[in-house]
Design a protein around this ligand. Structure first.
Ligand code: SF4
Length: 250
């Protein structure tokens, strides 16, 4: 017994006490802030530089659903673009991921489009089946981390399960390749209704660097409504956790 107590004392508290207020390194790239002083010439140059076409060449807005968070734009124009370490960047409307010059507000879900059945049924327990639809295992690893001893998202009853029959929704990572499109549809159909869809990472949200590739088949997304978008490349566990907590009203 003494030995166990000594181990606990030496290890300290491993879990994050408050998943809402946990601070992360200043170097973490979360919500971007774009100065409204940015000029058309600067927008043109920074838009040409972006490797994933995430910056609109006219307005200068950054699409978080495409952004690879590589920081190249902020390095080119440090006076105009910077990334805050605010990891709460989930949205429930695709258009809300477009961050325009001059925007200062934090990114939050639009409560008016949150489904009532999601909160009444899943608030106390939400089981999710993860589908890697051509993913590179980066977002998948971050999602696995949400259940580890540090993040311990299971404390809210949110867990990943092996079978879609036991799930309340699916979490999609990867750009959705043709090879995975049928498996994705079958997995979704196997989840009992009502069910939710969560997209994690820029590949799942927009196709990322694979956008436009003939190897993709993203028709699933036009056939079914997405409930939550979690940006990142890969997405941070706290971005996923806080996005799901917002969706459930926790
Ligand atoms: S941080 Fe995002 S918007 Fe900026 S250059 Fe990289 S991918 Fe493009």
């Amino acid at each position: 017994m003494k030995r166990e107590l000594r181990v606990i004392r030496d290890h300290g508290r491993q879990y994050i006490k408050d998943l809402r207020k946990q601070t992360v390194s200043d170097r973490f790239r979360g919500l971007p802030v774009i100065s409204d002083m940015i000029t058309p010439k600067e927008i043109e140059s920074v838009s040409a530089l972006c490797p994933v076409n995430a910056i609109d060449s006219k307005s200068g807005a950054i699409d978080l659903g495409r952004c690879a968070f590589c920081n190249e734009c902020a390095l080119l124009l440090p006076e105009r673009i910077r990334f805050l370490n605010d990891y709460r960047i989930a949205a429930n409307k695709r258009e809300d991921l477009i961050i325009r010059p001059g925007r200062r507000d934090p990114l939050r879900l639009d409560e008016s489009v949150v489904r009532k059945d999601v909160r009444s049924l899943f608030r106390k327990a939400l089981k999710l089946r993860q589908v890697s639809a051509g993913g590179d295992n980066s977002c998948e690893m971050e999602l696995a981390a949400t259940g580890n001893v540090n993040f311990d998202f299971g404390r809210y009853g949110v867990e990943f399960v092996a079978s879609p029959r036991h799930a309340d929704g699916i979490v999609i990572t990867g750009p959705i390749t043709e090879n995975m499109s049928r498996a994705l549809e079958l997995t979704y159909k196997a989840v009992p209704s009502p069910k939710i869809i969560i997209l994690v990472g820029s590949d799942a949200i927009s196709g990322g660097i694979f956008d436009g590739s003939p190897a993709l088949n993203r028709s699933f997304l036009s056939d079914h409504k997405t409930d939550l978008y979690i940006p990142g490349n890969p997405a941070h566990p706290l971005t996923f956790i806080n996005g799901v907590m917002d969706l459930l009203g926790l």
